[in-house]
Design a protein around this ligand. Sequence first.
Ligand code: GLP
Length: 242
Amino acid sequence: MRVIKVEDYTEMSRRAALHFIDKLSDEKVNVMGLATGGTPQGMYKELIKESKKRRFSFKYIHTVNLDEYVGLRADDPHSYHTYMRRHLFDHIDIPERNVHLPDGTAGNPETECERYEQLIRDLKKVNIQLLGIGENGHIGFNEPGTSFNSRTHVIELTPSTREANARFFSGIEAVPTHAITIGIETIMEAEEIVLLASGKNKSKALYHLICSNKVTEDIPATVLKEHPNLTIIADKEALALI
Ligand code: GLP
């Protein structure tokens, strides 16, 4: 595990965007695993800026997002589909057929999980996976207690996660109760993982990930200790307990 300590959110976003664009090739198929939430917004902005500067094309890039809320249509303003379009896809030359997110409105969510899992398998491997981290240590929407052997599945969101994400909705009651998330085993198969964290509300989760010896399903992010190529880019506040 490599830990890159930066001053603040702005520096974290810039470092992360450069890390991604340096790793990606615009001449062959590359697969990026993408995340949502407040944390990667700045990184996406920087990635757009830097790709324009370098005339980097996303023509051969495929993206696979971590998760989507169950019940929200792709065009719902609060869906992760909309988030991704707003913060990244609408601003780069990626072909629409190359971007993938779970369908939160699929008639049968279990079948949708199988479809999504197969889609990831068909892409062969995720070259670089972006992750944020929940205050309770969740990754994607793999809440505490999720099996380390999990593949794409439906999860019931914890009250604390719904509360943390209520800021993106009109209130907590508007936050869906379930989501489709790729599993922990699926995440661990990525060739490289880059985890971003900013702010003191992430400091406990980072402490467990970086300092404690415990690898436990109670704190899902601790599994990342076992990944052979993990980079954490975090600001001073998030690393305050390290
Ligand atoms: C959500 C997302 C996660 C994200 C987490 C933290 O639960 N499903 O992928 O890492 O929130 O979000 P934020 O970056 O807003 O703190």
